[in-house]
Design a protein around this ligand. Structure first.
Ligand code: ADP
Ligand code: ADP
Ligand code: MG
Length: 508
């Protein structure tokens, strides 16, 4: 479909998501413009784009977060639109506003919608007004200890103290004991101030053994707002997602319908336009509460794309171009089951320390039902400045059990050398009884850590994979031989650990 206004898009991001967005642009006949920092001169998104512009030094504050520089490149390259991806400027109302002022289409929500949802206290108020259930707790910022003690007396312990400006799993504190309330309150406030520059905090009930369930929404400017069903994201480490799947193994058709309707109502309450995600927390009895809205494309969006059959990036671009969604709610259905694993360059045995470095060899999984969204290649050095995610592995199959088997097969085929990765850890997750039986909650990783980190070989492998195994082993042997003849290819054990410590651990 020919675009009305958008012929060239600047992608204000890097890594796998920049490449993923460019792929959809290419299919739509849209030209792409990459921006890059000093650390990304050789990055795949730079190679993939039609044009690429250097925007500054490696630290993101000097490049990928430099609003004026990015706008300048958009104008210079005559890009009609900017796609922010996730992270970086994607939920920055000032950026959305600056685009509007400069007549550049921001492929994302309006500054008003970002403001209405970005601040968690405001979002809670908006949701209460829209009749969406929120986690019991304060509706205003908590300023004094007395206020805190009063609300806790009302809702009861345990509670979560949360930073209104928090995100990425940061700025949350669990309080279980009465004697900890005052000290936790002080610590939460000062943490919020230093991490987010805003010490506003609020208190909500801690939901025991919860499930993180989120709904994807899409809204056009003609009043058609639909949801694309749920994603189950309860496999988490430190409040950050590790594995996601859809449909959720605990969901029922009745609850799905009710939650989907609430997700649409939530988006409508802020006149939302574009793609967004409504996150809910759900207890064992399927009571659910609004957590927050992410006003952007989500890391885990591909599982929805596969099960619902919609390219979310294309729809984002079409909506931004002023087009109507090509479907209505009743046209959308879930088919089969999809799982995503986030593959990180990290040392799972060493407290998940980021392990950036040079990729010496990589064999990606292929075959029926596999999607691998990555950006690294052999010889590529993962910079220390950004998130250590290497790729996302997404599989689809008819049923959940078959999807798990397929994910195991794909992880088994996935070979990366040069950096430590979370692949083995993910294989163990696929083998864990609670995961296989679909009865896990957000405590799954911490409760099973010993098993997930243990060295024992994973059980069960299909015999017909032996052929591939032999092939890969053979290839590795040849590589070892090649390395001994050409020492230049051998990675030097320089200041590896040191790099890890300097590396921020913010996850997407
Ligand atoms: P997801 O649900 O996809 O895991 P989160 O809701 O945890 O995402 O939010 C994390 C995302 O938002 C990341 O893209 C992160 O970079 C960004 N983010 C959110 N809040 C902040 C913040 N205060 N500072 C920096 N990045 C943030
Ligand atoms: P972020 O902006 O960092 O993504 P969220 O509010 O989305 O913060 O919460 C992230 C995760 O923290 C949730 O997926 C859940 O695991 C946990 N969490 C947050 N609020 C609660 C709560 N009230 N009770 C239990 N767990 C919670
Ligand atoms: Mg969240």
């Amino acid at each position: 479909m020919e675009m009305k206004n958008i012929k060239k898009v600047l992608i204000a991001n890097r890594g796998e998501i920049a490449v993923r967005i460019m792929r959809s642009c290419r299919e739509m006949g849209i030209h792409t413009v990459a921006v890059f920092s000093d650390a990304d001169r050789t990055a795949l998104h730079v190679r993939y784009a039609g044009e690429a512009y250097h925007i500054g030094a490696a630290p993101s504050a000097e490049s990928y977060l430099n609003i004026e520089k990015i706008i300048e490149v958009a104008k210079l390259s005559k890009s009609e639109a900017i796609h922010p991806g996730y992270g970086f400027l994607s939920e920055n109302a000032t950026f959305s506003r600056r685009c509007r002022e400069e007549g550049i289409i921001f492929i994302g929500p309006s500054p008003e919608a970002i403001e209405g949802m970005g601040d968690k206290i405001t979002a809670r108020k908006t949701m209460i007004a829209a009749g969406v259930p929120v986690v019991p707790g304060t509706t205003e910022k908590v300023s004094t200890e007395d206020e805190a003690l009063n609300i806790i007396a009302e809702i009861g312990l345990p509670v979560m103290i949360k930073a209104s400006a928090g995100g990425g799993g940061k700025g949350m504190r669990l309080v279980k004991k009465e004697s900890d309330i005052v000290s936790s309150l002080r610590a939460a406030r000062s943490e919020a101030k230093s991490a987010f520059g805003d010490d506003s905090i609020y208190i909500e009930k801690y939901i025991e053994s919860p499930h993180h369930i989120e709904f994807q929404v899409l809204a056009d400017r003609f009043g058609n707002t639909v949801h694309l069903f749920e994603r189950e994201c309860s496999v988490q480490r430190r409040h950050q997602k590790v594995v996601e799947e859809t449909p959720s193994p605990v969901m029922t058709p009745e609850v799905r319908k009710i939650m989907g309707d609430y997700a649409v109502a939530a988006a409508k309450a802020v006149n939302y336009e574009g793609a967004g995600t409504i996150e809910f927390i759900m207890d064992d009895n399927l009571n659910f509460y609004f957590l927050e809205m992410n006003t952007r494309l989500q890391v885990e969006h591909p599982i929805t794309e596969r099960v619902v059959g919609v390219d979310l990036v294309k729809e984002q671009i079409r909506i931004a171009d002023g087009r109507a969604l090509p479907f209505r709610q009743e046209d959308l259905h879930q088919t089969g089951h999809a799982i995503e694993c986030r593959i990180y360059a990290e040392d799972t045995d060493n407290n998940f320390m980021p392990n950036p470095g040079t990729i010496t060899h990589i064999t990606e999984p292929h075959g029926l039902g596999i999607r691998c969204d990555g950006y690294v290649y052999p010889g590529y050095t993962i910079p220390i400045y950004y998130d250590p995610m290497i790729s996302k592995l997404i599989v689809w199959d008819k049923s959940r059990q078959e999807a798990i088997s397929r994910m195991k097969r794909a992880l088994y085929e996935y070979k990366i050398t040069g950096v430590k990765t979370s692949i083995k850890f993910l294989e163990r997750i696929m083998d864990a009884v609670e995961f296989r039986e679909g009865r896990y909650n957000t405590h799954f990783i911490e409760n099973n850590l010993k098993y997930l980190l243990s060295d024992t070989e994973c059980d069960m492998y299909c015999e017909d994979l032996a052929l591939i195994a032999t092939y890969i082993e053979h290839k590795e042997k040849i590589e070892k031989i090649e390395q001994t003849i050409s020492p230049a290819t051998v990675r030097h054990g320089s200041d590896w650990k040191h790099y890890g410590r300097r590396y921020g651990s913010l996850r997407l």
